[in-house]
Design a protein around this ligand. Structure first.
Ligand code: ADE
Ligand code: ZN
Length: 334
């Protein structure tokens, strides 16, 4: 039995496995610029975030109907449950679909159909977080939030993703203020490729409660002290960091250091179909590369539930935390 955990940094579009991409392409009459799944997998050699994003947005062409989004999310939830995920807070990128003529309602209703039955089918509770693309304009983000207003009962929070460098958090001050007024929780990618100052800005200007990645916080000791003091969760994605060349090899990942200084680190998968593993695979990879023991793995699992947006269901959070405390590590369990 895998260690129970929450996944807090997962782009649903990043769970599009090559097999599903080709099946949807055939169903929707979309021609992909790859001969087959093998040729597509061959293209997953990324030099940085942008080289990944180009392929990631391109492959989204196969996602057209609500059923496509339902199938995508259902597949993820089944695989995540098999790796111990008990709760998933799932990102989606509405602008990437609206730009292709897919209505935001189609995306949200399609995802919601899978999420609505995830508890019964897979024993996984869920939340949805709508991300703004930071390489699009602030006006586009505001228009997206506006378009989402009929569906706000399905959306727990907002996030900020896509190409980081050159698109600092402050660009999105107005849309985050509006999101806060609407009662939405706030997170943002920061410090993945961008500098530690973007992490500060996300906290100070956008009022975020969690930092997605936050890898580069260690470059700023005062910032680290603040993140420790305020228990700001970092949603780290170790296999993603290697695949996108933020670090050279997993053995160099600062996760162990981060736990050591008291940062509230969590481990997540980001875009598992592209980066070589789901969240349990990420746990296993850092366990092996960094020599993490049961105490550290349990801390990571505990952190994942403490950092999750379960304030509306504290009894559930307590149940999950009790599962973490009761977990017995077998040989290599993660
Ligand atoms: N969108 C999907 N994955 C992402 C990542 N790792 N960083 C920024 N934007 C993303
Ligand atoms: Zn991400």
């Amino acid at each position: 039995m895998p260690l129970p955990k929450a996944e807090l940094h997962l782009h649903i579009e990043g769970t599009l496995e090559p097999e599903l991409a080709f099946a949807l392409a055939a169903r929707n009459g979309v021609t992909l610029p790859y001969a087959d799944t093998e040729a597509l997998r061959e293209a997953y050699r990324f030099s940085d975030l942008q080289s990944f994003l180009d392929l990631y947005y391109g492959l989204m062409a196969v996602l057209r109907t609500a059923e496509d989004f339902t199938e995508l999310a259902d597949g993820y939830l089944e695989r995540a449950a098999a790796q111990g995920v008990r709760h998933a807070e799932i990102f989606f990128d509405p602008q990437a679909h609206m730009a292709r003529g897919v209505a935001i309602g189609t995306v949200i209703e399609g995802l919601a159909a899978a999420l609505d039955r995830a508890e019964e089918r897979y024993g996984v509770s869920t939340r949805l977080i709508m991300c703004f693309l930071r390489d699009e304009s602030a006006e586009s983000a505001l228009a997206t939030l506006d378009a989402a207003k009929p569906y706000l009962d399905r959306i727990t929070g907002v996030g900020l993703d896509s190409a980081e460098v050159g698109h600092p958090p402050a660009k999105f001050r107005a849309v985050y203020e509006e999101a806060a007024r609407l009662g939405l929780r706030r997170v943002a990618h920061a410090g993945e490729e961008g500098p530690a100052s973007y992490i500060r800005e996300a906290l100070d200007v956008l009022g975020v409660e969690r930092i997605d990645h936050g890898l580069r916080c260690l470059e700023d000791p005062d910032l680290v002290s603040r993140l420790v003091r305020d228990r700001v969760p970092l949603t780290l994605c170790p296999l993603s960091n290697v695949r996108l060349r933020a670090i050279d090899v997993l053995e160099d990942h600062p996760l162990r250091t981060m736990l050591g200084v008291g940062l509230m680190a969590t481990v997540n998968s980001d875009d598992p179909a592209y980066f070589g593993g789901y969240v349990g695979d990420n746990f296993g990879a850092v366990r092996d590369a960094l020599g993490l023991g049961p105490d550290e793995l349990r801390t990571l699992a505990r952190n994942s539930f403490l950092a999750s947006f379960l304030e509306d269901d504290e009894a559930r959070r307590e149940r999950y935390l009790a599962e973490v405390e009761a977990y017995e590590f077998g040989a290599g369990g993660a």
